[in-house]
Design a protein. Structure first.
Length: 205
């Protein structure tokens, strides 16, 4: 298949790309599984609840074992009581990582890129850079492309471009190696430089 590549002069050309990377079928269950796994991996795991032994108080037996007619009780911090500990508390030691095979990850990336291309949300440019780390200069470029909400994927790290995008909440700049399924689906449009397209083909072919 062919991608239309735009340049700063306003003209365009066509670039031959791999059908396997940019023309693959969309596998929704696979994409969902990989995106959920990627988000789960980013969890901090700082939640904490208390067991019956960690809740303050409850050292005294509320009433004697027999003779009151009440159900037997040994502590007021039992999980059955209001104010008691949890039976199965959340722990910061919980592991949220879901295993994703390399083949699955690459398949999800191909499916997402192909679906973006079909929806017209994938924009290829000859190059995308700014001379100075100025937000205004970057906004002007994005407005020309008609997309204030975008992920910009370059073939290598670009510190100047990253600084220019730092104050824009809906703009993210990443190199090819740092682009992931979550960042691809999060934005309205994905802008790829021609160098990034070639590297993606090498990585995902």
């Amino acid at each position: 298949m062919k991608l239309t590549v735009l340049n700063e002069a306003g003209s365009s050309s066509e670039m031959q790309v791999s059908d396997g990377v940019f023309g693959a079928a969309f596998n929704e269950p696979l994409v969902h599984q990989v995106v959920v796994a990627h988000q789960a991996k980013a969890r901090q795991g700082t939640r904490k609840q208390k067991t019956r032994s960690e809740v303050r108080g409850g050292g005294r037996k509320p009433w004697r074992q027999k003779g009151t007619g009440q159900a037997r009780a040994g502590t007021i911090r039992s999980p059955l009581w209001r104010g008691g500990g949890r039976t199965f508390p959340a722990s910061p030691d919980e592991n949220f990582v879901h295993k994703v095979n390399r083949k699955m990850y690459r398949g999800a990336m191909r499916a997402i890129l192909s679906e973006l291309a079909r929806q017209g949300r994938l924009v290829a440019v000859a190059e995308f850079r700014v001379d100075q780390p100025k937000t205004k200069a970057l906004l002007e470029k994005l407005n020309k492309l008609g997309t204030p909400d975008a992920l910009i994927v370059t073939d290598g790290p670009d510190d100047v471009l990253a600084l220019a995008a730092r104050n824009l909440p809906r703009v993210d700049v990443r190199s090819v190696g740092a682009a992931d399924p979550v960042s691809l689906v999060r934005h309205e449009k994905v802008i790829l430089t021609s160098g990034a397209v070639k590297k993606l083909e090498e990585m995902l072919a």
